[in-house]
Design a protein around this ligand. Structure first.
Ligand SMILES: C[S@@+](CC[C@H](N)C(=O)[O-])C[C@H]1O[C@@H](n2cnc3c(N)ncnc32)[C@H](O)[C@@H]1O
Ligand code: SF4
Length: 377
C-alpha cells in the first residue's frame, strides 16, 4: 500500500504564522495543473507497482481548484496506478471556499474526506492570524459540508497563540467537538522562519505564551478529546474509532509515498526526495525536462532513526519485532536498555512487544525519541 500527495502551491491570502510553500499569484493555476499531471506521468514507476490507498491534496490551498480540476488529477492517477476501492481521498479546504456550489461539485467527485482549516472560532484570533474567514463562517462551512453528505471531516486548530486564554481555547474545543466531526489535527503554534509572526516576535510586538499555558492547553485538548470519544492516535491527531487519517498514517508507518508539485516530499524506503520550492522553476523544469528535485539516500542508521521518530509519535508505538527482524540484535538490545529509565519514570510502557508513549510521556516526546536514536560512532 502507498500514498500520493499533491502539493497545491497557491493561497488567496497569506496567514501570518504559515511557512508552507505557496504563492498568492494564482495566474499559473492552469499551467501548474498540467505540470502536476506531467510529473505524475514521469514518476509513474516510483511506487514500484504498489496499490494506492490514499490520495491527499494539501497545500497551500487545494480548494483554489474547482472540483472538476481536482477530479481530473484523480483520473490521471487512475491512468497509471491501481487505486483501492476504499482509498481515502482527502482535500484540504479553506472554510470560505466551501460554498454550496463548491460542495455540491465536490460531492460528485471522488473526494471522500475533507480537512478544513478552522484554526480558531474567535474572530480576534483569526484577524491576528490574517485568516480569510470569521469564526461563524468556519462553523457554517462545516455544517454545510455535512448537509452535502461529507461524513469524514477533519478540522485543523491551533493553540498556544498569543491572546488565546485557556477559557477561549476551551470554547474552541467545545464548539469543534459539538460539530460531530470525525477527526481533529491540533497544533501548537510554531514560530517558523520568514513569517509575520516570527518577525513580530523578534520586534517584541507579540510574545510567546508561557510554557505552563501551552501545557495546560495541550492537557485540556487531550482530556476533552477523550470525553467526546476521540482516540489520541498521534501527538497532534485525534479521531473517531477507525477514522485515523490513512495519509498521515502512511508517514508514521513508513509506507511509501509519492509527492507531486513544488516542495512536495517523496519516500520509498531507501531514499527521500524533495521537489524545489519555487513554482516557476518547478514548472519550467517539468516543461523542458530539467531537474526539479534533490534526494538523499538513507543509510541503515537513518532508516532506524526515522522508524523511531515516526513510530513513537503514534499510539501503535515502536514494534520491537520489526526492530529485531529488520534492524538486528544490536538495535533491539539498545531499545530495551534505553526503555528502562523511561519505564521507571512512567513515560513509556511496553505492550505486546511495542514501546508506546504514555499520556505523561507524550509531553516529553522529543526527549524520549532522541534518546532512542542510534548514533554512529
Ligand atoms: C498547510 S495548512 C493547509 C490548510 C489550508 N490551507 C488552511 O489554511 O485551511 C495545514 C495546517 O497547518 C497548520 N499550520 C500551518 N502553519 C502552522 C504553524 N506555524 N504553527 C502551527 N500550525 C500551523 C494550520 O492549522 C493549517 O490549517
Ligand atoms: S495556513 Fe493555509 S491558507 Fe494560510 S497561508 Fe498556510 S496554506 Fe495558505
Amino acid at each position: 500500500m502507498s500514498g500520493i500527495y499533491f502539493h497545491i502551491p497557491f493561497c488567496k491570502q497569506l496567514c501570518h504564522y504559515c511557512a508552507f510553500h505557496k504563492s498568492i499569484s494564482l495566474q499559473a493555476k492552469e499551467r501548474m495543473l498540467n505540470c502536476l499531471k506531467k510529473e505524475l506521468k514521469n514518476r509513474k514507476t516510483y511506487l514500484k507497482g504498489k496499490n494506492i490507498d490514499s490520495i491527499y491534496f494539501g497545500g497551500g490551498t487545494p480548494s483554489v481548484y474547482s472540483p472538476e480540476e481536482i477530479q481530473s488529477l484523480i483520473d490521471e492517477v487512475a491512468l497509471y496506478f491501481t487505486i483501492n476501492e476504499d482509498a481515502e481521498i482527502s482535500l484540504e479546504a479553506n472554510p470560505d471556499d466551501l460554498t454550496h456550489d463548491y460542495l455540491k461539485g465536490l460531492k460528485e467527485s471522488s473526494v471522500n474526506r475533507l480537512s478544513v482549516g478552522i484554526q480558531s472560532f474567535h474572530d480576534e484570533d483569526l484577524i491576528l492570524m490574517n485568516r480569510r474567514h470569521s469564526g461563524q463562517q468556519a462553523y457554517d462551512a462545516i455544517k454545510r459540508a455535512q448537509e452535502y453528505g461529507f461524513d469524514n471531516i477533519s478540522v485543523d486548530q491551533i493553540y498556544g497563540v498569543p491572546g488565546l486564554s485557556i477559557e477561549k481555547w476551551e470554547e474552541n474545543l467545545k464548539k469543534v467537538f459539538e460539530l460531530n466531526i470525525q477527526h481533529i489535527s491540533s497544533y501548537h503554534l510554531m514560530y517558523d522562519p520568514n513569517t509575520v509572526f516570527t518577525h513580530k516576535l523578534k520586534k517584541g510586538i507579540i510574545k510567546e505564551v508561557d510554557e505552563d499555558v501551552s501545557l495546560a492547553q495541550y492537557e485540556l485538548l487531550i482530556s476533552e478529546a477523550k470525553k467526546y470519544g476521540f482516540t489520541h492516535y498521534e501527538i497532534s491527531n485525534f479521531s473517531k474509532a477507525g477514522l485515523e487519517s490513512k495519509h498521515n498514517s502512511s508517514y508514521w508507518k513508513q509506507k511509501m509515498y509519492l509527492g507531486l508539485g513544488p516542495s512536495a516530499h517523496s519516500y520509498n524506503i531507501n531514499r527521500r526526495e524533495w521537489n524545489i520550492s519555487d513554482n516557476l522553476k518547478y514548472m519550467n523544469a517539468i516543461e523542458k525536462g530539467g531537474e526539479y528535485s534533490e534526494y538523499e539516500e538513507l543509510s541503515f542508521n537513518d532508516r532506524f532513526n526515522d522508524y523511531v521518530l515516526t513510530s513513537l509519535r503514534t499510539m501503535w508505538g515502536l514494534n520491537l519485532n520489526i526492530v529485531k527482524d529488520e534492524f538486528g540484535e544490536s538495535y533491539y538490545k539498545s531499545c530495551l536498555e534505553k526503555s528502562n529509565k523511561f519505564i521507571q519514570s512512567s513515560d513509556i510502557k511496553i505492550e505486546n512487544n511495542h514501546i508506546i508513549l504514555t499520556d505523561k510521556g507524550v509531553f516529553i516526546s522529543n526527549d524520549v525519541m532522541s534518546d532512542f536514536f542510534f548514533i554512529e560512532e
